[in-house]
Design a protein around this ligand. Structure first.
Ligand SMILES: Cc1ncc(COP(=O)(O)O)c(C=O)c1O
Length: 395
């Protein structure tokens, strides 16, 4: 059976060039970067090189990068790190953040912080005016993701950055702007200076490096309470022996992503658009989720009316095609994706949503295969669906 992986927003395969770059740091060059001897110096030099590569991907300085174990840790470090410097005050965020931001904010709410969650409109995008009106005199942090992981919509980050700058010029000193760029990095060009953000989250495994590595950009001069203490690593901002092989892998992947971004985007956009056009032509009762233009070039989120996304996912998996849904299992029942619900979709459409996310190594033959199995899978599930039978009988 053919296997087609269309779940690159969940994770990506490791690029062989990345494996090649990291291997020496698992074997001969295994030193601890804190050691004084030559083994340690080799490890330190490798981490420094990777730090420059990761910084270059987002237009930052190397000493503004803190390596972490991934995007989740970087989001926790950013939000808790900034907020723990102050008494409980006010935070602004969007209603479609990744659980690693959502959960961190919920934990702060339990400690007395007030969180304003801005709505997205039916295009999956927040409005700058809503950010402006949500600002309070005690707002300490704005945390808005750069691009959403389920629908790929791109938020007005530059505009929020400009608003924060304006507020600072008016004399407001304690307002920080964090953006989770885990899905956006390597897919849209990022210049932290231009965007005006103070903290930015990255994850290695979304850009063809292994899982277990990430980074937080922390603008020079911004203070933060470390969340992991006990060693002097990462300039006292994240204690723990660095995973040099993973850091080297992340650096290499960041450099490749930067260099190959235009070609990768052109490739995935072409496959995605070809896929969407063919799906539109062959399947009825669909809804495309999220703004068609302001979205990542590799992602397509489609709701198939009358069926459960989860059922379709399993059906496709049995045919070798890997996709995902945004539903989460809570107390034994499948909750429809909160992101799709936030677009104002009814529950049925939210339950029927599937994310297809394309990657640099997908081929036209992959798409041909999915286009062969998908309409059949939808048709057979709809034939079994009581909802769809009722509708047919009623019409
Ligand atoms: C938008 C976003 N933020 C954060 C994360 C978490 O990153 P990690 O898997 O490296 O912890 C993810 C992963 O899916 C994500 O999509």
């Amino acid at each position: 059976m053919r296997r087609v992986y269309l779940d690159h927003s969940a994770t990506t395969p490791v690029d062989p060039r990345v494996v090649e770059a990291m291997l020496p740091y698992l074997t001969g060059k295994f030193g601890n970067a804190s050691s004084v001897h030559l083994f340690g110096q080799e490890a330190r030099a490798a981490a420094d090189g990777a730090r420059r590569q990761v910084a270059a991907l987002i237009g930052a300085r190397a000493n503004e990068i803190i390596f972490t174990s991934g995007g989740t840790e970087a989001n926790n470090l950013a939000i808790r790190g900034v907020c723990e410097l102050a008494e409980p005050r006010h935070i602004i965020t969007s209603s479609i953040e990744h659980p690693s931001v959502r959960g961190t904010l919920e934990s702060l709410e339990k400690r007395g912080w007030v969180v304003t969650r801005l709505p997205v409109y039916d295009d999956g995008i927040i409005r700058l005016e809503d950010v402006r009106s949500a600002l309070r005199s005690d707002t300490v942090l704005i945390s808005v993701m750069m691009a959403n992981n389920e629908i790929g919509t791109i938020q007005p980050i530059k505009e929020i950055g400009a608003l924060v700058k304006e507020e600072r010029q008016r004399g407001r000193r304690h307002l920080w702007f964090h953006t989770d760029a885990v899905q956006a990095a390597g897919r849209i060009a990022i210049e932290v200076e231009h965007l005006g953000c103070d903290l930015l989250t990255l994850s290695a495994h979304k850009i063809y490096a292994p899982k277990g590595s990430g980074a937080l950009f922390l603008r020079r001069g911004v203070r933060l309470t470390p969340q992991q203490v006990g060693g002097h690593q990462e300039r006292e901002r994240r204690a723990g022996t660095e995973s040099i092989a993973n850091i080297v892998a992340f650096g290499t992947a960041a450099e490749l992503a930067q260099r190959e971004m235009p070609a990768r985007n052109e490739h995935t956009r072409r496959l995605r658009d070809r896929f969407e056009n063919a799906v539109k032509a062959s399947i009825d009762d669909l809804a495309f989720n999220g703004d068609h233009k302001r979205r990542l070039p590799h992602l397509s989120n489609i709701s198939f009316r009358f069926i459960e996304g989860e059922g379709l996912l399993i059906h496709l998996d049995m045919q070798g095609v890997a996709v995902s849904t945004g539903s989460a299992c809570s107390s034994g029942t499948l909750e429809p994706s909160p992101v799709i619900r936030a677009l104002g979709r009814d529950e049925e459409l939210a339950r029927g949503a599937i994310r297809f996310s394309f990657g640099k190594d997908n081929t036209d033959e992959d798409i041909d295969y999915v286009l062969e199995v998908l309409p059949r899978a939808v048709e057979s599930l709809r034939a079994l669906s009581p909802l769809s039978r009722q509708t047919i009988a009623a019409s």
